[in-house]
Design a protein around this ligand. Structure first.
Ligand code: DC
Length: 221
């Protein structure tokens, strides 16, 4: 709509809290763009594995980041000309993304890409450190959480077509990732002081988006 401010909205939270579904719905409702920053870390992990670099080899990580040609084309993520949209969604890449995301050299390399995307506003950005580090000046910040069991169950339902993991294995992976992501020294997973916290355990995505829209409304008047 004419003359409405184009807001920058951040949604942080742990794996399986529903960030992706909700961020996409919210972006669609508002007519905004959507940025999945987890996919960027997954793309780095993909490149790191392809190059045979260890996740604690900062020089190797730096080389991978410097040669990374990443582009987002609609819903597709393209790395050095190859469509990796689906290939970054494996349990192995999830764990590797969590490991490389703890390295300052990787976080620094992705910072400018993320900020560049927000230059024009009208963006819903999801991740772990959107409200705390990447966009501390965001207009509206949410922190979405749910119980570990519920988050594991959602991943299990998503994976139903089979990557072979049981619910218990998924829950264990999620606990390990939560531990990695929230205990690292740099940009750990945590709510920004001014974030609005939403527990999605017993909410549908539509209900979550409804409660977010109730917060967006006054900022657009
Ligand atoms: O959201 P996701 O599960 O696709 O993210 C994969 C990993 O990337 C996650 O375990 C931690 C890392 N990540 C991060 O450190 N910072 C972000 N803003 C987004 C993701």
């Amino acid at each position: 709509m004419a003359n409405q401010p184009m807001l920058l909205i951040t949604i942080d939270g742990p794996a399986g809290a529903g960030k992706t579904t909700v961020s996409k719905m919210l972006a669609r409702t508002l007519g905004y763009r959507y940025l999945d920053t987890g996919a960027l870390y997954r793309a780095v992990a993909f490149g790191v594995r392809a190059a045979g670099v260890r996740p604690d080899d900062d020089r190797g990580l730096g080389d991978v980041c410097n040669t990374l040609r990443l582009s987002i084309e609609g819903d597709r993520l393209v790395l050095n000309g190859v469509d990796i949209t689906h290939r970054i969604r494996s349990p192995e890449i999830s764990m590797l993304a969590s490991a490389v995301s703890a390295r300052p050299v990787v976080r620094q390399a992705l910072l400018s890409i993320q900020r560049e995307m927000a230059r024009t506003g009208g963006l819903v950005a999801e991740g772990r450190d959107m409200g705390t580090v990447v966009f501390p000046e965001a207009d509206l910040k949410f922190f979405l959480d749910a119980t570990t069991r519920q988050r594991a169950f959602r991943r299990f339902a998503q994976y139903e077509k089979g990557n072979g993991q049981t619910l218990e294995q998924i829950e264990q992976d999620i606990r390990r990732r939560d531990q990695n992501d929230s205990s690292r020294d740099i940009a750990p997973l945590r709510p920004a002081d001014d974030a609005i916290k939403i527990d999605s355990t017993s909410m549908t995505p539509r209900q979550v988006v409804g409660s977010m829209m109730a917060c967006v409304g006054p900022l657009r008047e």
